[in-house]
Design a protein around this ligand. Structure first.
Ligand code: ADP
Ligand code: ZN
Ligand code: ZN
Length: 726
């Protein structure tokens, strides 16, 4: 009989000892009794002795052999995360696994239904021209069999077309039990490779020639061909039989990206890992990564915890994107964990962005990362858009849109080109006000305002979801006139409708894309040039290529210039660079117009000259003066609860214990969170910072046991290392 130490999904920073009869290896999942329940845990260590008295140690109920054990490498990575983010080891380990591996039901995988061509299928040339989707399906299936999900990437109507093809007897379904094994080295196809530009070649060479670990920051302007660099790097790795991990932000782009990379590596095995997958798909993909079958793993932040026995390269695209940071539970930054992982596996990592985070940029400037640049657009005829400001104090405005911008939109419609109006607020107006007594549409549960949604006559809180019918008279004084203040996407849409009654206007925000397929349909409409004006939030800023788009209007960016969040300006700059990158990507030059009260602000000046470097230098200088990251390292203790006094008592007590430890850290005051009340919970926070990561970690190691011993009543508390949200 021996003893194993098991990680369990409980909020305690310890492992739990159990006895086993059979030989159980580290990384094996086991079912154990825990407080009158059964739980699945992961064996972290096998030991000879326990500190617990032998008679009190319970036996493991079952060792699960339905999946390969978790590798020592991954467990080591998770141990690092648990230590660094000060999150219980058991919860860290279990939260990294696909849900199916966390449940105590043994896993059985249902076969996936695939489609393939039958012998009777005609050549694509014999299909009617108007059946474009069906033709596309037949073409795809002639290369390899596909699941419905894969085919739906072609079009939303793929399902109906498949039915038709089946009825004709040209396509059939079959159970794709095992995924095709494509382990052969150097036999993949690399399709449509461009001849790299000199700049691109230098980047590829720098990465492929580096031996072992190296962190590269690839700073390339939009359209400079970063993706082309990625695929060339992937090709290099695939030729040598390695696996590539490509991390992308949490955006509704993953199916398109998957299709894109498949088109470049048509016979490579590529799997995706993101929260949109079903539990079975996620498990299947995870296991393909684990066995080394998957050559390319494309995923959002959670995929940084995929098992990759042949990992040879990590790429983090849009490395500045804040969705790489998880905002609850294990509050990890997938980018930072990826860097640790690359160093652990002695492989290179490439962080790519047109607007690197100031943290990464600073590291590159100071030599910790290697800076690689792409300064020109990859296609010779593609030009960067011109950027101009419209001073909103010196022009006629119609409900938040300047006359000048409206005229420009009108000209685009005449020329058959598309315009995009970018406003980072959904709904009609961010607040409703009484002109008589000054009543405002406050949320009764939150410190925020209720947003007016005119379409369905509702006031909605975007923080807690609380909603009301729009009152017909002021709830304060009974006055009949209530005034919408400010603009959201719906209001912009209706102003445009009045001004351009014949224009085809498409609104893209979280409300209009609630339905899963909606966004896909919209993309098709935009590409088919069935849209004249796009009105949208940041959803539209990222990574889409709209060839007919030549004008981008930015409606109200100013609030970020005086935000209390010191990263607001950095985010705005990145966002505007990105929306600007949407304009004029094909042969037509693009134009960006920014409506602002501060046209001379350095942020807009740098945007105009496409000067990321100048902007970053000025921001870094400000951060250094003010003592903000990346010049200090921070941890945030947050607490929220129903009773204000309890929240503050806890944080003040925590602060006192931190001071008593006398470590070289700066302990700030306890302050309300930026949204001081949400869903009836009072929220407050305590920020602590140190000059180095090491000092901060030393302090945290001493502070954590003290914190764990403080009574928290019914409070929700969390530690956030390297916080992004303030
Ligand atoms: P980024 O990701 O940096 O914004 P992309 O990778 O999307 O840029 O490239 C922009 C466009 O340039 C794409 O249409 C791509 O096919 C094209 N492109 C990239 N590299 C080359 C090259 N070496 N020669 C010609 N076209 C290229
Ligand atoms: Zn009133
Ligand atoms: Zn609310």
């Amino acid at each position: 009989m021996s003893i194993v130490r098991v990680a369990l999904d409980v909020p305690l920073s310890t492992l739990f000892d159990y006895t086993v009869d059979e030989a159980v290896v580290v990384g094996r999942r086991v079912i154990v009794p825990f407080r009158r329940r059964q739980m699945v845990g992961v064996v972290m260590e096998c030991v000879a002795n326990s500190e617990v008295a032998v008679e009190r140690i319970k036996p493991v109920l079952q060792a699960l052999h339905d999946s390969a054990p978790i590798s020592a490498n991954l467990l080591q990575l998770l141990q690092f995360c648990s230590d660094y983010y000060h999150y219980p080891i058991g919860q860290t380990v279990l939260s990294a696994l696909p849900a199916r591996l966390r449940s105590d039901k043994p896993i059985t995988i249902k076969p996936v239904l695939h489609y393939r061509l039958t012998g009777a299928a005609p050549h694509i040339d014999f299909l009617p021209k108007r059946k474009a989707v069906a033709r596309c399906i037949v073409e795809t299936l002639s290369v390899q069999s596909c699941s419905l999900v894969q085919l739906k990437v072609i079009s939303t109507t793929a399902g109906a077309q498949l039915k038709w093809l089946e009825q004709e007897g040209w396509v059939e379904q079959f159970e794709a039990l095992a995924m095709p094994q494509r382990l052969s080295v150097a036999s993949h196809t690399f399709a449509n490779a461009h001849q790299l530009t000199d700049e691109q070649q230098l980047v590829v060479d720098a990465v492929t020639q580096s031996a072992g670990f190296g962190c590269f920051l690839l700073h390339g302007i939009t359209g400079s061909g970063k993706t082309e660099v990625y695929v060339h790097l992937m090709d290099y790795v695939l030729q040598r039989g390695g696996q590539v991990l490509l991390l992308v932000p949490e955006i509704n782009l993953t199916p398109q990206l998957e299709a894109y990379f498949l088109s470049r590596f048509p016979d490579a095995s590529l799997v995706s890992l993101h929260s949109g997958l079903s539990e079975n798909e996620r498990l299947k993909n995870w296991q393909q990564a684990q066995t080394g079958t998957a050559q390319i793993v494309l995923g959002t932040r959670l995929s940084v915890f995929a098992e990759l026995p042949k990992l040879a390269l990590i790429i983090v695209d849009e490395e500045h994107d804040s969705s790489f940071k998880q905002q609850d539970g294990l509050r990890y930054s997938a980018r930072d964990v990826a860097i640790f992982r690359a160093s652990q596996s002695s492989v290179p990592i490439v962080l790519g962005s047109a607007t690197p985070s100031l943290e990464s940029y600073h590291n590159a400037r100071t030599g910790r990362y290697r800076l690689l640049k792409l300064t020109g657009r990859a296609q010779a005829d593609a030009r960067l858009p011109t950027v101009n400001c419209i001073n909103i104090n010196q022009t006629v405005m119609t409900e938040g849109i300047s006359e000048k911008l409206l005229r420009e939109v009108g000209q685009r419609i005449e020329r058959g080109e598309q315009s995009l109006l970018f406003i980072n607020r959904r709904g009609y107006a961010p607040v409703l006000m009484c002109t008589e007594c000054g009543w405002l549409s406050d949320c009764k549960n939150c410190a925020g305002k209720m947003v007016l949604h005119l379409k369905d006559q509702r006031l909605r809180c975007h923080h807690c979801g609380y909603q009301l019918r729009v009152p017909t008279a002021c709830p304060g004084c009974g006055h009949a006139e209530l005034l919408p203040i400010g603009s959201g996407t719906q209001r912009v849409e209706s102003v445009l409708q009045v001004r351009f009654p014949d224009a085809r206007i498409l609104r893209v925000d979280r409300d209009s894309t609630k339905n899963k397929r909606a966004w896909q349909t919209m993309r098709e409409q935009i590409h088919a040039n069935e849209v004249d004006i796009l009105v949208g939030t940041q959803m539209l800023a990222k990574g889409h290529d709209f060839p007919a788009l030549t004008l981008v209007g930015v409606l109200n960016p100013d609030s970020a210039l005086y935000s209390s969040d010191f990263r607001a300006a950095e985010k705005l700059f990145a966002q505007l660079m990105q929306v600007a990158g949407r304009a004029g990507r094909a042969d037509k030059p693009g134009e960006v117009m920014i409506q602002t009260a501060f046209p001379d602000h350095p942020l807009f000046r740098c945007l105009q000259s496409h000067d990321f470097e100048g902007w970053a230098a000025s921001q870094l200088a400000e951060r250094q003066m003010a003592g903000f990251p990346p010049f200090v390292f921070q941890v945030m203790l947050r607490a929220e609860g129903m009773i204000e006094a309890e929240v503050y008592a806890y944080l003040n007590q925590a602060r006192k214990t931190a001071i008593e430890l006398k470590y070289p850290v700066e302990i700030l005051g306890v302050v309300p969170a930026s949204l001081a009340r949400r869903a009836n919970h009072v929220r407050a926070q305590l920020l602590i910072q140190a000059d180095t990561r090491r000092e901060l970690q030393q302090f945290l190691r001493a502070w954590r046991p003290v914190l764990d011993s403080l009574p928290t009543q019914k409070l929700r508390c969390s530690l956030d290392v390297d916080p992004l949200e303030f």
